[in-house]
Design a protein around this ligand. Sequence first.
Ligand SMILES: [Fe+2]
Ligand SMILES: [Fe+2]
Length: 232
Amino acid sequence: MSKKEEKYLRVMQETAYAEFGSALEMLSACKQSKQEKFCFGFFHHSKDEYNHTQVFLSLLSKYGKNINPELAREYRFAAQSLINKGYISPKGFLVETMKFKDFIAYVYTNELLAKESFEKILKLVNPFTLEGNQISQIMKDELRHHGLAKKHFLKYYPRLQPWQLMVYRVRETLQNKGRKIYDSNLRLLDKILSPLYKSISYVAGLVIKNLNLNEFDRKGKNLMNLSSSSII
Ligand SMILES: [Fe+2]
Ligand SMILES: [Fe+2]
């Protein structure tokens, strides 16, 4: 598989994880909402993020069908990876661990960052195809989400200064970068450790194959006559 194909698969897979993580965060915010209108807003936001996840998973599977199944396995979607990769914290959902104001600031900055990263993704696909159209539509959704969070700010925290939102944005950008470094380190470790695991399991297989297991056979043996230290 060429480097370009590998990049395509990795980007689609990571984006599907990020979108699914957002969908769960928004659903959790919806469930915790004290006001009906917030609940309604978060519900629709979550629904959009689920749809985005679906788009990226369908792009992934469309592409994955034509590659070697051994490689395709690496790009399978596993919900557990949301935590391993840092998209969802094991400590809880953001709405549970952050102040509500910080949570909205997080949504505000992340939606804008998401839209920017989709601009890069759009370069990986032909913008005049169905895929291109789907991604452009997602970008519009992200901008709308960003706009809604901004509206919320202006209404409920009118004294918040633009520089404070900048601070949130820088913090989020750094965290996203950190997540990418962590992920590439994991992939490097996997490359180094996989041959080691395989050779250990090969040696273990050889040992088991050559063991004489007749000793462990209970058939026809009077168990009452066995020594108390026997492992049977
Ligand atoms: Fe999204
Ligand atoms: Fe979004």
